[in-house]
Design a protein around this ligand. Structure first.
Ligand code: ARG
Length: 405
């Protein structure tokens, strides 16, 4: 039985029903929470008695998943509230209801993402601390460039993740204002109290999905970072680089080739970045051109948000295991970092300290490199920079930031 059965005579064609039904089971606990808030508003307005409110609150503890007769979770909740369900929808519409539930969902999803990022970043910081002295080549253009330490490299990944945290914090803040009271689009004539910190404009309240875009964008940006990290893990674990061995608890074998140990975790994280970007473009395209206020197109917003939350959780949890167990080959890393050509810039800078213009110094060193006679000069300053104590200090500072907000 639909919530709007009173309006349409004959039942819907089954194909139409199947098409319209929302795939929104994940929203159920959040819609229960929103319904609890609305029930209190009804009670404050004298439209539910205290006894009815406490009965509603008890029934809300027992709400089960929608069944095939329910159009969406909102219908499922109203049905399961029985006789009180017939009162609960006074002064609200599914339009402000679904917006409220999705806002609560996104707030939780942002908190989850933040916790998972902290766990992953903490694993990276632990590794950065132990590898504060481990030299490795730093790259540009995927060509060896200058020596750095593994610790410094891992700290770069942590920087990306810290920016991700600020994007989730932004999305969480924008999910906060409540749309309740907006009703279908223009409020209600009932004397319901407006929620504190509620949205100012009722049309915007039911039409706005910017907070969902912000969340899905934060997920896409995070996944772009994870894909870059994942790509480097794949490179490091290749025989060609030979910098790392994958931990068996986070590696896969081949169904055919018995010798293989494959970086499927990193590859799948990299692959899911494509899906994450697709969710963002999909959600933006869904919203584009929609007239105010609510349109059923908006039912599609949930797929982007649910999928993003699932993948963020899955990828961060698996990558955390991988990073914690990654075995670095310090010998290979040190050998690669001690390639004398990685000191060519330092040699040019030694000449600059003696007063040679940098371009002349560059040309002199380049000529030595081309002739195969280049050797780092004794007066070149020590590398890698930043040195181990700087890396350790940066780890400590990053740990403090991670724990302080
Ligand atoms: N299932 C709908 C959604 O997800 C709920 C709102 C339906 N509102 C309406 N006026 N048909 O958006």
């Amino acid at each position: 039985m639909t919530l709007w059965a009173g309006r349409v005579g004959a039942g819907l064609d089954p194909a139409v029903w199947e098409f319209l039904r929302a795939d929104d089971a994940e929203l159920l606990p959040y819609d229960v929470a929103g319904t609890r808030i609305h029930a209190r508003r009804l009670c404050e307005a004298g439209l539910l008695t205290e006894a009815e409110l406490s009965e509603v609150e008890q029934l809300l503890e027992t709400i089960e998943a929608a069944d095939p007769e329910d159009e969406d979770v909102h219908s499922a909740i109203e049905r399961q509230l029985g006789e009180l369900g017939r009162k609960i929808h006074a002064g609200r519409s599914r339009n402000d209801q679904v917006a409220a539930a999705l806002r609560l969902y996104v707030g939780d999803a942002c908190a989850d993402a933040d916790a998972a990022i902290i766990a992953f970043a903490s694993a990276l910081l632990d590794r950065a601390d132990t590898e504060a002295e481990t030299p490795m080549p730093g790259y540009t253009h995927l060509q060896r460039a200058q020596p750095v330490t593994v610790g410094h490299h891992l700290l770069a990944w942590v920087e990306m993740l810290e920016r991700d945290r600020s994007r989730f914090a932004f999305a969480a803040a924008h999910s906060l204002p409540s749309p309740l009271g907006a009703g279908a689009l223009a409020g209600s004539t009932l004397p319901l109290p407006q929620p504190a910190g509620g949205m100012r404009n009722s049309l915007d309240a039911v039409a706005d999905r910017d907070f969902a875009v912000d969340y899905v964008y934060a997920c896409a940006a995070l996944f772009v970072h994870l894909s870059r990290i994942a790509e480097e893990l794949c490179l490091w674990a290749s025989s060609e680089f030979g910098f790392a061995r994958l931990p068996e608890e986070a590696a896969t074998g081949s169904s055919m080739m018995p010798q293989k140990l494959n970086p499927d975790v990193a590859e799948l994280a990299r692959g899911k970045a494509g899906t994450a970007i697709g969710r963002l473009t999909g959600l933006l395209a869904t919203i584009k051109g929609l007239p105010l206020a609510y349109d059923r197109d908006l039912q599609e917003d949930k797929q982007a948000v649910f999928g993003a939350r699932r993948d963020v959780h899955g990828a961060l949890a698996a990558l955390t295991v991988l990073v914690r167990g990654l075995e670095l080959d310090r010998g290979r890393l040190a050998a690669a970092a001690s390639d004398p050509q990685l000191r060519a810039t330092d040699a040019a800078e030694a000449l600059v300290r003696e007063g040679v213009p940098f371009r002349d110094a560059h040309e002199q060193v380049a000529a030595q490199v081309r002739a195969g006679t280049f050797e780092p000069p004794a007066d070149a300053l020590p590398r890698p920079t930043p040195g181990p104590s700087d890396v350790r200090a940066a780890v400590t500072a990053a740990r403090t930031r991670l724990l302080s907000k």
